[in-house]
Design a protein around this ligand. Structure first.
Ligand code: NIG
Ligand code: FE
Length: 414
């Protein structure tokens, strides 16, 4: 394999020691940097880095050299929460929202998740793969270098398997690490509207065994929310998933305080996601713990719901990650640059905190921080080169505009 040397880096940022796998509380404000630097990538991994006055004398054969022209080099974005496999966008709901309807009202009127499920059930695996691949290509161009993707628009054995097989194909076809979460507990299908126990049994007795047998999921997810899955139902689902070794990454406290955070912590969730509605008890349940609070500010932005209280979480020494939540209903955007900006502008995170939340902590929320999310020797060479910027803060400050000039995945310029 060939090697890549990036020279004339104005600032190389995100140099956490390799053994640092998760940042909590105050640690999140530190993003170690080196000025006037180079970095060498070999066989897809970061081989070494240093300052320009000490360029290595011995360089590998077959070396490609790129100048960063004074720009920043950062680790690629790690987007730990997305729903990019779906059959069709839902811009008719967008217009309903403009006219004043809430997310819950649209769902109750036959829109929402069930609308997407109806369309997905009719789509072929091939169509779903092609459209998800287009979305993923766009996300990669915007700097995403690791991704989690959920099922949850299937809501039947056949269609959930179809979605998870599409995610498996994405894993096999793209040069970035991808994790799959099983989210059949996203909404009750109409046929089970008055038979919640029947749908829970379908998930536990039929879907989970087959998904586990085929190794189609890395995590168990559930939408723990009023009108969706109760705390008791979530508890039952997470206990069943644990028997197959699937740890939870769940939707909690999006529209109301649901108790989802506490049930996630009880089941050692890797992350509890959303948290737009958060009370002191939820923060106390996460304080000083290992469960990551994954906040999704572009969902708040799009739905016009409150932004999560990132400051209170950081203050309570909770590890915070940021992700897109890319999906057709609540966040039709997979742009992590915008998430970094919203993290600063709306969640009042410092630029260093927002970048750590979108890189190392995002990687940790997919249990990938041993291989990606920071710049350390031996980690995967998934990097971004920006235009020259006056400071790190310029990146979130210039919201809506990409500063990314070059994408490197596995040590290769894309
Ligand atoms: O994370 N909240 C549940 N799931 C998605 C929205 C799904 C949809 O509206 O299609 C979310 O926001
Ligand atoms: Fe989501």
């Amino acid at each position: 394999m060939s090697s890549l040397l990036i020279t004339h880096i104005g600032t190389l940022a995100g140099l956490h020691p390799k053994e640092t796998l998760l940042l909590k509380g105050k640690e999140m404000a530190s993003l170690p940097q080196l000025q006037n630097a180079w970095i060498l990538c070999k066989d897809g991994l970061i081989e070494d880095f240093g300052t320009m006055d000490q360029l290595p004398e011995q360089l590998p054969n077959e070396l490609e050299s790129v100048s960063a022209k004074g720009g920043f080099v950062l680790p690629s974005w790690c987007d730990s929460h997305s729903h990019i496999v779906f059959a069709a966008p839902r811009e008719e709901e967008f217009v309903m929202k403009i006219a004043g309807k809430s997310y819950e009202e649209i769902a109750a009127a036959g829109g929402g998740i069930l609308n997407s499920a109806g369309k997905l059930q009719k789509a072929t695996e091939e169509e779903l793969f092609e459209t998800a691949a287009l979305r993923l290509n766009d996300m990669i161009k915007q700097g995403t270098g690791a991704l989690e993707v959920k099922s949850g628009y299937g809501l039947s054995l056949e269609s959930e398997l179809k979605m998870l097989r599409v995610i498996r194909r994405l894993k096999e076809s793209f040069p970035i690490p991808i994790k799959a979460s099983f989210l059949a507990a996203h909404a009750f299908p109409l046929a089970y509207k008055n038979d919640h126990a029947g749908y829970i049994s379908l998930i536990i007795d039929e879907m989970l065994p087959q998904i586990a047998a085929e190794g189609l999921a890395d995590y168990m997810d559930a939408f723990c929310e009023q009108g969706f899955f109760s705390v008791e139902e979530t508890d039952q689902l997470l206990s069943a998933a644990a028997k197959y070794g699937l740890r939870p990454k769940i939707h909690a406290n999006q529209l109301s305080v649901s108790g989802g955070v506490q049930i996630g912590v009880k089941h050692q969730a890797v992350s509890v996601d959303h948290l737009e509605a958060t009370d002191e008890a939820a923060i106390a349940a996460l304080a000083d713990g290992q469960t990551i609070a994954t906040l999704l500010p572009s969902c708040s932005f799009y739905l016009g719901i409150p932004f999560a209280n990132a400051r209170a979480l950081i203050q309570s020494n909770v590890p915070v990650a940021l992700a897109t939540d890319y999906n057709p209903g609540s966040t039709p955007s997979g742009n992590m640059n915008f998430v970094v900006s919203l993290g600063c502008i709306k969640l009042k995170m410092l630029p260093e905190e927002a970048i750590n939340a979108c890189t190392l902590n995002g990687a940790a929320a997919m249990q990938l921080s041993e291989q990606t999310g920071s710049i350390a020797k031996g980690k995967r060479a998934n990097l971004l080169i920006t235009r020259p910027m006056s400071s790190l803060a310029y990146l979130p400050y210039s919201f809506g505009q990409s500063q990314i000039e070059t994408i490197i995945l596995n040590g290769k310029v894309q």
